[in-house]
Design a protein around this ligand. Structure first.
Ligand code: GLU
Length: 493
């Protein structure tokens, strides 16, 4: 019997998402339960959006939760490299194979030509889709253009009619009509593959037997299935996991819930409780108990117990469960966990230089800098009353700061300061005009230690969280304001 091999294949393009951890957990449980292996692969073929920082954060977040992988970019393994950006030659080999077999073709259309094509289709009331123009080029023409060094992409052929049957372990056979599928780009003009080609090639070469992925990928499954067929490869078993949702049932989004695993770490949740909660997403223990460990989940895991009703990621329930875990810890373990959370030498060392010059006794540290050890603060609305600015401009400044800092990928004092400076200048303010607002939001006080240093140390999750708290306290923008303010945001560049 072949060994079960599962994987998680995150794209390192942002904060480590709870959805990634959730899918990782289920893949891990499935593999462990079958005595198989669980692999981590980094899908970083989007050169613009992928970063090494984000990749590292994914490793750290998963490890913090207690999710370990048997093979991966950082631990190695027999099927490496496990980072797609290092596998270009492999994808080229398979792209050429598809070209030779006539399953793929070159397309030289420029982005402008394609825009025009779509505009014309829309004007005719048609759904925009690639019209197969590349297929109409003769071999000679293709060769001439290649010789002339014209930029190109490689696209796959797809059937024009009929349905594709996607065998899903949870839903059974799902039928998707082919006419919904575009002739997908497999190789981009930058010489890197798209998700579709890279994913299929890697899952095959890495011996993946079962793919548990989020259901947002179900609509594009036919393209993957077709690629397996073109290559003549056996397709792994497919399982499309229900998406996590906000309490209002919409797709989990950071506008409504913090979605970064590191946020929960910084807020002081226990990793075991967090993992336990993720295990409750669409799944339950046979005896329906709420609290269980990873080992218990592995022992009782059964894919058939995954329910398709959208699981709700509710921070209040998570907190409740976390409380259960905390109460059952021995006082020794509790103290040790607190210490590890934020009373560890590393964190204290970051804070020490800031408070050292300002206190005469240790007992003054908590009143001065207690906000380093808090999550949400009791914000004081009076502190947001500004000498120069009207209340609405304060709201606008806070919202612009939040948006800009939400988009900031590299988190250090210089970059944070630059963002604040940009917003201040745009609003024709000085940095020092904005500072009182930041003190109010980030430290909850009129003055404290350096707030710019504090933002760096608190990190992106807590900083953004507190800014969001402030925006809400002051009154989140109305729909109309959001539109107007987003225009201002665009001006900021
Ligand atoms: N890179 C994809 C992602 O970021 C992988 C999806 C899959 O599991 O196939 O979710």
């Amino acid at each position: 019997m072949t060994t079960v091999r599962t994987r998680i294949a995150p794209s390192p393009t942002g904060d480590p998402h709870v959805g990634t951890a959730y899918i990782a957990l289920f893949n891990l449980c499935f593999a462990r339960q079958h005595g198989g292996q669980f692999i981590l692969r980094i899908e970083d073929t989007d050169q613009v959006r992928s970063t090494r920082e984000s990749e590292q954060q994914i490793y750290d977040a998963l490890r913090w939760l207690g999710i370990e992988w048997d093979e991966g970019p950082d631990v190695g393994g027999p099927h490496g490299p496990y980072r797609q950006s290092e596998r270009s030659e492999i994808y080229w080999k398979y792209a050429r194979e598809l070209l030779e077999k006539g399953h793929a073709f070159y397309c030289f259309a420029t982005p402008e030509e394609l825009d025009q094509m779509r505009a014309e289709q829309q004007a005719r009331g048609e759904t925009p889709r690639y019209d197969g123009r590349g297929l109409r080029l003769s071999q000679d023409e293709v060769q001439q253009r290649l010789d002339a060094g014209q930029p190109y992409v490689i696209r796959m052929k797809v059937p024009e009619e009929g349905v594709c049957v996607v065998p899903d372990l949870l839903r059974g056979d799902v039928e998707i009509p082919w006419d919904r599928m575009d002739m997908q780009v497999l190789m981009k003009a930058d010489g890197l593959p798209t998700y579709f080609l890279a994913n299929v090639v890697d899952d095959h070469l890495m011996g993946i037997t079962h793919v548990l992925r989020g259901e947002e990928w179900l609509p594009s499954a036919p393209k993957l299935i077709k690629l397996y067929e073109y290559f003549g490869w056996e397709q792994p078993q497919l399982c499309y996991m229900p998406l996590l949702r906000n309490p209002d049932k919409s797709k989990l989004s950071k506008r409504k819930n913090p979605t970064s695993v590191t946020f929960y770490q910084r807020m002081g949740y226990l990793p075991e409780a967090m993992l336990n909660y993720l295990g409750r997403m669409g799944w339950s223990m046979p005896d329906e108990r709420e609290k269980f460990t990873l080992d218990e989940m592995v022992e009782h895991f059964d894919l058939q117990r995954v329910s398709l009703g959208g699981p709700i990621f509710d921070v209040e329930k998570l907190s409740w469960l976390n409380g259960q875990w905390l109460r059952e810890l021995s006082p020794e373990r509790f103290a040790a966990e607190v210490q590890q959370w934020a009373l560890n030498p590393e964190y204290l060392l970051k804070i020490a230089p800031l408070v050292q010059q300002r206190v005469e006794t240790f007992s003054q540290i908590a009143p001065l800098a207690g906000f380093f050890f808090s999550g949400a603060l009791n914000l004081d609305p009076a502190l947001f009353q500004h000498k120069k600015l009207a209340a609405d401009q304060v709201r606008l400044v806070m919202q612009l700061l939040l948006w800009k800092l939400e988009a900031l990928r590299q988190w250090d004092k210089e970059r944070i300061t630059a963002v604040i400076q940009t917003v201040a200048e745009h609003q024709q303010l000085k940095l020092r005009d904005v500072m009182p607002l930041l003190f109010a939001a980030i430290t909850g006080q009129a003055s404290s230690v350096s707030v710019l240093d504090a933002m760096e140390i608190l990190g992106p999750d807590l900083t953004r969280f507190r800014l969001r708290q402030a925006v809400e306290l002051l009154g989140a923008p109305s729909k109309k304001e959001t539109k107007e303010w987003e225009k201002l945001l665009a001006e900021l560049g």
